[in-house]
Structure formats: C-alpha cells, structure tokens
Design a protein around this ligand. Structure first.
Ligand SMILES: NC(=O)c1ccc[n+]([C@@H]2O[C@H](COP(=O)([O-])OP(=O)(O)OC[C@H]3O[C@@H](n4cnc5c(N)ncnc54)[C@H](OP(=O)(O)O)[C@@H]3O)[C@@H](O)[C@H]2O)c1
Length: 395
C-alpha cells in the first residue's frame, strides 16, 4: 500500500515547489514504494492491447491524498480518452493533492484529445509517478517539465523496463519511423516449410495455428508476398480470437494475382496491395475493379512499405511471407522478432522449401545471431521466440 503523499509548502493545494532541473529518476526506495501501483497501472494498460495504435498502451492509477485508491483508467482505443482522463474522472474531487501513477509520461500536446498534463493540473494532482518518458518528439520530457514547472512532484523510472517492453512496438515506430516487425514461420523438425510441389497445409497443429490467429489480432498488419497469395489463398484473419482484425497487406511486383482470392473479400478485414511502378496495367485494372485498395510506391521494398504502413498508424506488423520476401525483410532490418513454430514432422528432400531465401552469407561466422527469449509448447509443436541482438546489423 502506498503511503500518503507528503506535501510541502507553497503552490495551490500545498504542492511542493521543485526546480524544473530537479532530478526526476526515482531512487531505489521510491521505486520500491510505487512499484505495486505501477504494476497495477501496467495491468490496466494491457487491456488496450491491439486497439491503441498508433498510440501506445497506457494505464493509470490515481490515489487520494491519503494514499487510497481513487481511480483507474486505461487507453482503450486511439481517439478515445487517454488513461489519465479516465482515472481522474473516477477519482473526482479525491484526486486533489493525490498521486497519479502512469505507465507513460502524460502528453502535453493537442492531438485527437486534449493534453493530459493539463488535465492532471486541473484535477489538482500533487505528484505524478511515471514508468518512462514518452519518446514521441511532441512530448519527449515536456509533459513532465510542464508538471514540474507547475509545482507537481514528478518521479520517473518506476518499472521502466516493463513499460518499455510493453510498448516496444510503439517505441520502435516513433524512434525509427517504421513499425516493429515480427517474422513468423512454421517448419518441420528438419527445417522444411513446404514440399517441392508447394504442399504445406498443415505443418503445424491446431494449437499453434490458434496462437498465430491470436497474434494476428494484436498486430496492426499482416504481410505476405504475391507468391503466398497465389499458392495458399490465405485468409490472414484472427478468426475472431484477437481484439480486432489486422490490415492484410500483399506485396507484388507484377500484380499477376488471381481474380479469385479470399483476400479480395474485404468483409472479414481490409486488404491493401502494395506494388511498384513496374506492375502490369492489367493487374492494376483487375484490383481496381475488385475494389481492392492499391498503393503504388516509386521504390517498393520492405523498408519503404513499412514506412508507408507507419504513416497509416501501424506500430507492429507480422511478416507471414515465403522465403524470398522473408530474406529481403530480414536483410533490410525490417524484423525485430522471430516466432518459429517447429513441428515434430519430417518432410525430407533437398528440393523441399525452407523458411528463408538467400541471406548473402559466405561464412557461417557472419550469421545473424538472435537472442532466444523463450520456448513454449503448443500442442505437439514448439514455438521459439527470439529477439534481435542489440548491436547486430539487423536493427
Ligand atoms: N510455412 C510457413 O510458415 C510459410 C509462410 C508463408 C509462406 N509459406 C510458403 O511459401 C510459399 C510461397 O513462397 P513465395 O516465395 O512464392 O512467397 P512470398 O515470399 O510470399 O512471395 C514472393 C513474392 O513477393 C513479391 N515480392 C517480393 N519482394 C517484393 C518487393 N520488394 N516488392 C513487391 N513485391 C515483392 C513478389 O510477388 P509477385 O511475384 O506477385 O511480383 C514475389 O514473387 C508457399 O508455398 C507458402 O505455403 C510458408
């Protein structure tokens, strides 16, 4: 249980006046005091998972001046009120002189909703504890500076690592201009993803496929190449297992795409086909007649496609493509996480397909090194989670 806020002299409602240059970072003792409340705020933040892009997931707890819980809130969806506003509403008058514990620095700019820093000040909050500074250049410490300048005690860095992990996709998009990429594949124990004749359904079992469906419901877009569209006629939805359906993106140079494909029915989810200037006139015409949205890029590469998807508000994408596009995406630093499903099956055959095309290696010592985050069992299959290693060339 948090202790009552210690209020000093001066300021409205007796706020302690701090110099704007006062250190913000919570000491170990302060971090220990506020951690339980921040962990609750992080739990609240997760309730918005899959719905907040391009915004981050944020949770907030408001305690009254006596340290008792007065309000809770989370950011439920882009365009809806931010976490602080919901928690302050619940707290009402009890917020006066109290403490707001927020997983991310309060915003200080007018976006789709008014600035949260002003809402906290208007509610008379005496102390704000945050897990991390908002990397969005429109905020970047200014929200905390505003609060401090108004006499609010500000502490940062409580559960910072957990908050950064929760919003790693948002942080990646804001700092690089591209969504975070997850590359997923399913393969047999001997590393094959399809037989030479293209037969690949299904290598993994129902539990692993349900896991992929849930993941699709949490990312903003799922990307395949024209080859996978032609070979598998995929649906690429969450099958109702996620909070919402992703944008389904097809990359094609030729636009030589069949007229009958599940992705052309946009009832289940929207579809976007991205191509370059070399795409055929016939392919363009066919998609236009089908009412499928096309995006033509002067230079169509995984990097430029991701930049375009970031512009559309995507924080996180899932690559579900075949070997050549997967290798291209990896080579251009468009993948930060791998999800490899390994099924206890043997497909054999030197001509059978593998997950990745050529990575241009001539020496095994130059292989990309990935950090194993964990392995989980899904039915009879094993799912490997890997993150890129800091310092590697694949950012
Ligand atoms: N086991 C698994 O997890 C898994 C996952 C996905 C796919 N697969 C298998 O992989 C096979 C399909 O492999 P694939 O190599 O043909 O598929 P792919 O990598 O999904 O598609 C390759 C195609 O992507 C398009 N493309 C690549 N780079 C591009 C760029 N820079 N700009 C625009 N378009 C670009 C081109 O399409 P156009 O030819 O239309 O120009 C290219 O032919 C299928 O058998 C499928 O079952 C397996």
């Amino acid at each position: 249980m948090a202790q009552p806020a210690r209020l000093g002299r001066g300021g409205r409602w007796g706020r302690r006046r701090l110099s704007p240059a006062a250190p913000l970072q919570a000491t170990a003792e302060q971090a220990a005091r506020w951690r339980p409340w921040m962990q609750r705020a992080l739990q609240l933040a997760v309730l918005g998972q899959g719905r907040t892009s391009p915004n981050p997931m944020v949770g907030c707890v408001v305690l009254d001046a006596g340290g008792q819980l007065a309000g809770e809130g989370f950011h439920a969806q882009a365009g809806l009120p931010h976490a602080e506003v919901g928690a302050l509403r619940q707290a009402g008058e009890r917020g006066k002189g109290g403490t707001a514990i927020v997983t991310l620095e309060p915003c200080c700019h007018h976006g789709r909703t008014p600035p949260c820093s002003q809402a906290l000040l208007a509610a008379g909050i005496g102390r704000v504890v945050v897990a991390m500074v908002d990397p969005d250049p429109r905020v970047a410490g200014q929200g905390l500076a505003q609060l401090r300048a108004a006499g609010v005690e500000v502490l940062a860095g409580v559960c910072g690592a957990e908050a950064r992990q929760l919003n790693r996709a948002f942080i990646h998009r804001v700092t690089t201009g591209r969504p975070l990429g997850i590359l997923k594949w399913a393969m047999s124990l001997d590393g094959r993803t399809a037989l030479p004749n293209g037969s690949s359904q299904w290598i993994s079992g129902p539990e692993a496929r349900a896991w992929v469906h849930r993941l699709r419901g949490q990312v903003d877009a799922v990307i395949v190449g024209g080859g996978t569209l032609r070979a598998d006629d995929p649906l690429l939805t969450s099958r109702g297992l996620g909070p919402r359906e992703p944008l389904r993106v097809v990359l094609s140079r030729t636009l030589d795409l069949p007229p009958q494909r599940q992705l052309w029915d946009q009832g289940p989810a929207p579809t976007l086909v991205v191509h370059g200037p070399e795409a055929s006139a016939l392919g363009r015409q066919q998609l236009d007649q089908l009412g499928v949205e096309r995006l033509e890029l002067d230079l169509c590469t995984p990097l430029t496609v991701l930049a375009a998807l970031a512009q559309r508000g995507c924080n996180q994408v899932l690559w579900e493509c075949g070997p050549p596009l997967a290798a291209e995406a990896l080579g251009q630093g468009c993948v930060q996480q791998l999800a490899a499903v390994i099924a206890p099956k043997l497909l054999g055959g030197v001509a059978a397909r593998t997950p990745l095309g050529d990575l241009g290696l001539v020496d095994v010592n130059g292989a990309q090194q990935w950090d194993l985050q964990g392995v989980e069992r899904l039915g009879v299959d094993w799912l490997w989670h890997l993150n890129n290693s800091p310092g590697e060339i694949h950012p």
